[in-house]
Design a protein. Structure first.
Length: 285
């Protein structure tokens, strides 16, 4: 781990709902006279994971919630609650669980091949991305998505913010999302976060050619009191990975990309130069 931060818990009704989920799990488990290890064995996770579910440190996958219902004979209670919590999330179904974990992480490492990561996006950039992927969306829908993205980014302003390290492919800087003025503002925002040492950013330049993560976006999250987790995303799908062997492979891939990227200092210079290029072009049109 690169930094030392305290355990993160974002206040609010959603976290309280997950805490209720965990408390009910503990109550039903004890009523069934099962230890955490015994329940974990029957639903194919570790006893430690059951403890993390009960403390709302980690959220179970849907299939785990379904197996818990089956073993504890709770008539679909945990599946229904899981679906309700995910449905009410402002994020896409495949990303909702990752967003919950992101708010608890002590360290986040991301690789972005095409689009600025959500935690770094400005409102105009987020708006342009949302409209591009939902061209017939209402203004209300667009603004709801933008607000949710900016809310996620608040964790970088917290006193206990996670260590955040992102590697951006140079294509992220060169793709004029929202137009030149929007891109200038977006890159200025990233440069400011870099200069104030709020985040660590590196750029993977075009000249590197093929790289270890041609498959797409990835994120690695570490926690104070839970095992590390990886998240990989493709078009309209995402996978949350917590198998230690798979997480280790994702980490190895990330290390290869980091080794190929420019230094933070050279990356900052490139981000600032790209922002100035956009600004110059915007002023002449």
């Amino acid at each position: 781990m690169v930094g030392d931060t305290g355990r993160r818990r974002r206040p609010g009704s959603r976290q309280a709902a997950w805490e209720f989920f965990g408390a009910e799990l503990k109550n039903r488990r004890e009523e069934a006279d099962l230890t955490q290890a015994e329940l974990g064995m029957r639903v194919f996770v570790s006893g430690g994971y059951i403890g993390q579910f009960e403390q709302a440190i980690r959220k179970p996958q849907l299939d785990v919630a379904q197996r818990i219902d089956h073993i504890l004979q709770t008539d679909g209670f945990f599946e229904r609650m899981w679906r309700k919590l995910i449905k009410d999330s402002p994020y896409a179904d495949y990303f909702a669980a990752a967003a919950e974990l992101e708010a608890l992480a002590t360290q986040i490492c991301e690789f972005a091949p095409t689009v600025v990561p959500g935690l770094l996006q400005t409102a105009p950039y987020a708006r342009a991305v949302t409209i591009a992927t939902n061209p017939l969306a209402t203004d209300e829908y667009v603004e709801e998505k933008v607000a949710a993205r900016l809310e996620r980014a608040r964790i970088l302003k917290d006193a206990t913010r996670p260590v955040y390290w992102a590697i951006l492919h140079e294509g992220v800087l060169r793709l004029p999302v929202g137009g030149r003025a929007t891109m200038a503002g977006q890159l200025d925002h990233i440069a400011n976060l870099m200069r104030t040492r709020t985040v660590l950013i590196q750029v993977l330049p075009y000249e590197q050619g093929a790289h270890a993560a041609l498959g797409g976006m990835m994120s690695l999250m570490e926690f104070e009191d839970a095992p590390p987790t990886a998240y990989a995303e493709a078009l309209l799908s995402g996978n949350l990975l917590d198998d230690p062997a798979l997480v280790k492979r994702v980490q190895a891939t990330y290390d290869l990309i980091r080794a190929a990227a420019l230094s933070p200092e050279a990356s900052l210079a490139l981000v600032e130069s790209a922002a100035e290029d956009y600004r110059r072009c915007a002023s002449t049109t």
